[in-house]
Ligand binder design. Structure first.
Ligand code: URA
Length: 430
């Protein structure tokens, strides 16, 4: 078999066989296929697409490029979730303890944040003492004992995706539905859970810009998951503004703490309860999604969800009994409304980039994160504002530059007429 023939087959819009797809992935991981040929093949896939069957074969080849985690020594149904990435997305910190408080078992391997979106691992590590380096034995024991563990993905989990993603990132082939679906699903399938809930974001800074594309991506991922015998649900959710109010590592942990205490922002609580209810029901811990929603609502208000979060953090070496003194930024400044009206959009991308510039995210993978910095929104979409109202508070370790302040102010689009609020969940694919 020759790589050039496989590139030409895809370039001309034909369907690839399992042998051809395996040849590409194994050859690229082994180093016998060079970057320039892989780049050409990825671009051919970008333009010609793939059938659902080809995408499932690609997922299978990628999945078997490294370790496949065996969770069979965890009793019961194992649940997992994945978000396609958003600004202020602290869902795992809430959803994990919340579903565990209802008896589901969450065994999750997470990634780090890069660019304008934050990663769960960085948020966990912003809690003093909390580690995400768990040995496989400790990971499994913890899930068996307390129902939740979150650890960092190792280099051996789907190495094909690490290599391909880095190449896609610099060759313009990231926004391809079959490539995104196989990238996400290979990692989810390698992580070993039985029930997988996917949060597919649409909006500024998200990969998917339209409901049509988000629905196609969701359908493909659900079908791939089913072909591997998994129970998969995809939620299409709004990212036309950051999720919740807080962006930045400790600020987001603090918001998760408040949400688990029943005092969270409405959009964040709704998202966590909706996705969590699906997980709890599919894990067999509630007879219906509605019953699961009630159970989760109750646990947010009766102290069980917060107690599970604190137990989870203690099991991973940290401690967060109170928020007193947790966020300690040296400089706290506000950004104000330049005119009166209603908030129409809060563009997530500039808010994420401003947080990164304050020191709260990474531009390259070796950057060190400042856990205390970030942005807390004072207004969300639909809110009326008068000139001079506070739109957001910035937490910084050095005086905030005029450019950052301006970028945050300009992220808010303020219009004259009242603005309706769209729901956080725009669609569900099962
Ligand atoms: N997230 C992933 O893990 N992979 C992609 O290709 C896009 C988003």
């Amino acid at each position: 078999m020759r790589m050039v023939d496989i590139i030409e087959t895809k370039r001309d819009g034909h369907v690839l066989t399992k042998e051809e797809i395996d040849f590409v992935i194994h050859g690229y991981v082994k180093g016998t296929i060079p970057d320039y040929q892989m780049s050409a093949w990825l671009m051919a896939v970008y333009f010609q697409g793939m059938t659902d069957a080809e995408a499932a074969l690609l997922t299978d080849a990628m999945l078997h490029s490294g370790d496949v985690i065996d969770l069979s020594s965890i009793e019961g149904v194992k649940v997992d979730k994945h978000s396609t990435g958003g600004v202020g997305d602290k869902t795992t910190l809430i959803l994990g303890p919340l579903v565990a408080s209802a008896g589901a078992k969450l065994a999750k391997l997470s990634g780090r944040g890069l660019g304008h979106t934050g990663g769960t691992l960085d948020k966990l590590e912003s809690i003093p003492g909390c580690t995400i380096s768990l040995s496989p034995e400790r990971f499994i024991k913890q899930v068996n004992e307390i129902g939740i563990a979150v650890a960092g993905q190792t280099a051996e989990l789907v190495p094909a995706d690490k290599l391909m993603y880095a190449l896609r990132d610099v060759t313009g082939s990231v926004p391809s539905i079959p490539l995104i679906a196989s990238s996400i699903m290979s990692k989810k399938l390698a992580s070993g859970a039985d029930v997988i809930c996917l949060d597919v974001k649409i909006g500024d800074g998200a990969f998917m810009k339209t409901i049509e594309d988000a629905t196609r991506l969701s359908r493909l991922m659900v079908e791939i998951g089913k072909s591997f015998g998994k129970s998969v649900t995809a939620f299409i959710t709004d990212m036309n503004q950051p999720l919740g109010l807080a962006v930045g590592n400790r600020l987001e942990v603090a918001e998760a703490f408040e949400t688990l205490s029943g005092r969270g922002p409405a959009d964040l609580e709704t998202l966590c309860v909706e996705i969590g209810a699906e997980m709890v029901h599919r894990a067999g811990k509630a007879p219906s999604v509605e019953a699961a929603k009630k159970l989760l609502h109750d646990n947010l208000h009766n102290g069980k969800a917060l107690a599970k979060f604190q137990q989870f953090i203690r099991a991973q070496g940290g401690k967060l009994d109170t928020l007193d003194g947790f966020v300690t930024a040296k400089f706290i400044e506000t950004v104000k409304a330049p005119k009166a009206g209603y908030v129409k959009t809060i563009r997530a991308l500039p808010i994420g980039l401003a947080t990164m510039q304050l020191g709260g995210g990474r531009a390259t993978k070796d950057d060190v994160i400042d856990p205390n910095v970030g942005i807390v929104l004072a207004k969300k979409i639909g809110a009326p504002v008068v000139k001079g109202d506070v739109l957001a508070t910035l937490y910084a370790s050095a005086p905030v530059t005029a450019a950052i302040r301006r970028a945050v102010q300009e992220a808010f689009e303020i219009v004259k007429d009242a603005v309706g609020i769209s729901p956080i969940i725009l669609g569900t694919v099962r």
